[in-house]
Design a binder for this molecule. Structure first.
Ligand code: UGA
Ligand code: MN
Length: 239
């Protein structure tokens, strides 16, 4: 089965390094189709160049967030993930869907594990929340509950990186809401997912194969250096 790796992304100084690191992981994975969903009115040239250099099969689509979503606690990557979902529903009949953010860190073993997902598989995500891990808890081979520092009245308190979905299990009603913190739960509920449907992976959810890494944001310099001494500076670009 093909894995459809859906990555929402948006422009900022950290974008090229995040996508480069992710690209260099995905290039090791057989039968993977990378869907990059750009939070932009048009597909970014920088992103397209990175995609082209991977030699992976890819789809590059753009769908910017509505203008009302500004500030700090807005739902991230929803409009673009929705566009990717629609693309999958219209173009792909079978395979595995995985929502892989542009800044996460993934072990290659994860891809082998999710490839056989029948409906929805789940596994631990490292470096997340107050507990440093978010994971389903498995009892007798079945998911019995969730270990997550923010239950937040969610049916499935999991991170976006903590599950994979068989595309045949995607309903036409499958959607992701614009509600910060509830994107993954409401998406899984929209699939009609039941607890007993969940397939625990990664050694009964004991092995961490994906991490919610965060890159420190670029800061403006606080000291001035004498640029005149250097003469004319080159025009720096990504590659
Ligand atoms: C966490 C989850 O891992 C996300 O999947 C979830 O969408 C997000 O919380 C949320 O609930 O809002 P976090 O690390 O806090 O993610 O957020 P970011 O990494 O900043 O953004 C998640 C994804 O959306 C990234 O791939 C990012 O590139 C993308 N994004 C972010 C956009 O497409 N547009 C934005 O304006 C911001
Ligand atoms: Mn992130």
């Amino acid at each position: 089965k093909m894995i459809y790796y859906v990555t929402p992304t948006y422009p900022r100084p950290e974008q090229a390094p995040e996508l480069t690191r992710l690209a260099h992981t995905l290039m090791h994975v057989p039968r993977l189709h990378w869907i990059i969903a750009d939070d932009q009115p048009i597909c970014s040239e920088l992103v397209l160049n990175i995609l082209r250099r991977t030699n992976l099969p890819f789809t590059h689509i753009s769908s910017p967030k509505p203008f009302i979503y500004k500030g700090t606690n807005f739902p991230r990557g929803v409009s673009n993930r929705r566009a990717a979902l629609t693309w999958l529903q219209e173009n792909v009949g079978e395979g595995i869907l995985y929502f892989g953010d542009d800044d996460n860190t993934v072990d290659l073993q994860l891809f082998e594990e999710i490839r056989n997902t029948k409906k929805v598989s789940m596994f631990p995500v490292g470096l997340i929340g107050g507990y440093g891990i978010s994971s389903p808890v498995v009892k007798n081979g079945k998911v019995a509950g969730f270990f997550d520092s923010w239950p937040g009245s969610r049916t499935f308190p999991v991170d976006m990186a903590g599950f994979a979905v068989n595309i045949e299990f995607l309903k036409p009603t499958a959607t992701m809401p614009y509600i910060a913190g509830h994107e993954e739960d409401k998406f899984l509920v929209s699939l009609g997912l039941q607890m007993e449907d969940i397939e625990p992976l990664a050694d009964n959810c004991t092995k961490i194969l994906v991490w919610h890494t965060k890159t420190v944001k670029y800061k403006k310099p606080t000291v001035k250096i004498n640029l005149k001494q250097l003469g004319e500076l080159p025009k720096y670009r990504n590659f």
